[in-house]
Design a protein around this ligand. Structure first.
Ligand SMILES: NC(=O)c1ccc[n+]([C@@H]2O[C@H](COP(=O)([O-])OP(=O)(O)OC[C@H]3O[C@@H](n4cnc5c(N)ncnc54)[C@H](O)[C@@H]3O)[C@@H](O)[C@H]2O)c1
Length: 370
């Protein structure tokens, strides 16, 4: 199969859908990889690294025109819509519910669009979202620690403390992928860490994992109020699948937090769970409310594109190989995880949740896969 990797052109996106290691794996399996020159630059890969791994460089027009499967990171932007074409497989993050015009463009073009974010295992976990949550959770602590610096608007706290001076206090609400990853970083910095969740099994797992290094607390409004006023760094890491994040820290509680404390609400992409949070960008990540620093970056992995590219492609490559080796129809027939990734196929919306979000009824995948 000819597999094409264009350079990402969405504003601020520095990741790339395939590493040189991935290119080598595809080449070893007998596939031809076409890379747009400079596609890996934002993640620190040179064109030479790709060619040494067996890929060929080609102009963006040729990459899209010749590839049977195009690998991307972000959804195509408007200027790429004209490149979409019938029967071509597009494997990328799509988030179609947020861009109905793209869903229409994919259907019109006859593209076979498989979305990273809806590839789903039998246990309902989302293997192509998990790596970005792992990055965001660890980064939440790194960024939070940075903004606790006095010159950055924070309280002037070193999270680890020093002999004779207590550690800083980190409160993490939500003990899922983001929350556990944040706890690992915070424990690594030797901070004083509290972790809250409504799911006691998550807290049991954290208790076993951290062996006394993290205080686990049942999440309810009473307990949240008690820990928030002690926090130097408060991290929001909750998710209710398919819904807006629940509002857990009201403005009145933010106003009682310590001046110079820092809030990083990772769940801001789902509306956030802190009443005073709003989405920010990496160019202007923070603002203050009542002396409390608020960090609301909705695409945190973009700050560390090289790590994020490795993390993402480690997870996508097995699916990429399955699609290339078997062909898309056989791959989705044999692998229910990949089948759940199918969003648009031969002009039809085939994912029930995506179709519902766009006010349409999904066509069963079986009816279109030949
Ligand atoms: N900002 C970014 O760049 C970025 C990057 C990655 C992920 N995210 C977002 O981070 C959020 C968390 O993702 P995840 O992968 O950790 O999800 P997850 O499903 O693994 O974990 C969510 C946790 O929240 C818990 N929870 C639900 N309601 C709660 C409540 N009232 N109090 C305490 N805990 C509660 C759940 O029990 C679960 O353990 C999502 O909204 C995700 O979209 C944002």
């Amino acid at each position: 199969m000819i597999v094409g990797v264009p350079r990402e052109i969405k504003l601020g996106e520095q990741r790339v859908a395939l590493t040189p290691a991935g290119a080598r794996s595809l080449a070893e399996a007998g596939h031809r990889v076409l890379i747009e020159p400079g596609a890996g630059a934002g993640s620190g890969f040179t064109d030479d690294e790709y060619t040494a791994a067996g890929a060929a460089l080609d102009a963006v027009d040729r990459v899209w025109a010749d590839a049977a499967m195009v690998l991307k990171v972000k959804e195509p932007v408007a200027e790429e819509y004209a490149r979409l074409r019938a029967g071509q497989v597009l494997f990328t993050y799509l988030h179609l519910a947020a861009v109905p015009e793209l869903a229409r463009a994919l259907a019109r073009a006859g593209t076979i669009a498989i979305a990273y974010e809806t590839v789903e295992r039998a246990d309902r976990s989302l293997p192509l979202l998990t790596p970005m949550s792992e990055v965001a959770g660890r980064l939440a602590v790194q960024e939070g620690a940075y903004y606790l610096g006095k010159a950055r608007g924070g309280r002037g706290i070193l999270l680890s403390g020093v002999p004779g001076v207590p550690r800083g206090n980190v409160v993490i609400i939500g003990a899922g992928t983001v929350g556990i990853s944040a706890a690992k970083s915070a424990v690594g910095l030797e901070a004083d860490v509290s972790l809250l969740d409504v799911n006691l099994d998550r807290l049991r797992a954290a208790d076993d994992l951290f062996r006394g290094r993290v205080v686990t607390i049942a999440s309810n409004s009473y307990n949240i109020a008690q820990v928030a006023v002690r926090a130097d760094l408060l991290i929001g890491a909750v998710l209710i699948a398919g819904a807006r994040a629940p509002l857990l820290v009201p403005r009145s509680l933010v106003e009682r937090m310590k001046p110079g404390s820092v809030i990083v609400d990772v769940a801001v992409d789902q509306g956030g769970s802190i009443e005073t949070i709003r989405p920010t960008t990496l160019l202007e990540p923070v603002y203050q409310v009542g002396g409390v620093v608020h960090y609301g970056v909705a695409n945190m992995p973009a700050l560390v594109p090289r790590t994020s590219t490795f993390a993402l492609t480690n997870a996508t490559l097995p699916y990429v190989l399955a699609l290339a080796n078997r062909g898309v129809a056989a791959a989705v027939r044999q692998d229910p995880e990949l089948a759940r990734g199918a969003n648009v196929w031969a002009g039809k919306l085939v994912h029930p949740a995506v179709a519902a979000a766009l006010g349409e009824t999904a066509t069963p995948l079986d009816a279109v896969v030949r």
